[in-house]
Design a binder for this molecule. Sequence first.
Ligand code: NAD
Length: 302
Amino acid sequence: PAGPVAFLGLGHMGGPMAINLVAARYTVTGFDVVPAALETARAHGIATADTAAEAVAGAAVVLTMLPSGQHVLDAYRGAGGQPGLLEVARPGTLFLDCSTINVDEARQAAALAVAAGHRAVDAPVSGGVVGAEAGTLTFMVGALPEDFEAVRPMLEVMGKRVVHCGEHGGGQAAKICNNMILGVSMIAVSEAFVLGERLGLTHQALFDVASAASGQCWALTTNCPVPGPVPTSPANRDYQPGFAGALMAKDLKLALNALESTGVAARLGPLASEIYDNFAAEGGAGRDFSGIITDIRDKSEH
Ligand code: NAD
């Protein structure tokens, strides 16, 4: 272990990630703004602090797992009467943000940390709550090479794949590019299944062909949006997530921001963002994102 860890944000993902660090004998002090999250953490043997500043004071690593980039920047700089953690931390602390946030915000957070005499790493994850609990997350890491090597053992406790994606912001960039592929491909697979239904194809026949042909992709072969062909996919349990529509909508919004700020002539990414925004707003927020197929079916002419 690299020294004491302050773990801020003990929610769906952060809670189990912190538990895995404690199990691997890291010294962890947790903090969350929601008292119930602190209680759950304590019940799992995680020491907690009364304030973020208290958790950070003696830490070598400050790990954040927060809802958004604004939360991360507010925590680093201070907001709402709370002191900025960059100021509270001892010099040379490694600020490790595992939240999914905008690439620009990640670069800004890293620049602030470095300017304050610290080290910064962005390391968003994929794998969901199941991966967080099992310690099988994938970490996509933006960091200077020496900082990457410093955090790698810790990330390997919480995950099974750790990929260095370049310098500050590289982890967030890889995450949103991947999830843009996923969002677009799930819509394509779902439209194809509904079209197949209209044309009289069985789900199994289309699956058998496409899964072994050029239409093959994760949205089809692992998270298949119709029940039957892949028994473990959320479609077989009435679209219980899995990967919730609200999170897909969030990640596509981050991709959209990046498309706009870079000026890429993308058409499907923005459209997927709009489609998942509507899905989330119309009851899909808590359902698996593959439930988009029921939307397509419902909105089709009869
Ligand atoms: P969550 O809402 O369950 O947890 C976030 C926690 O942060 C909450 O407990 C909240 O009270 C706490 N928090 C907010 N502000 C705080 C502050 N200033 N100090 C301390 N704690 C604070 O969300 P989650 O599902 O755990 O997701 C966390 C991050 O991981 C998000 O950025 C999300 O996009 C990303 N992510 C989630 C999943 C998933 O499947 N849930 C998968 C991959 C990535």
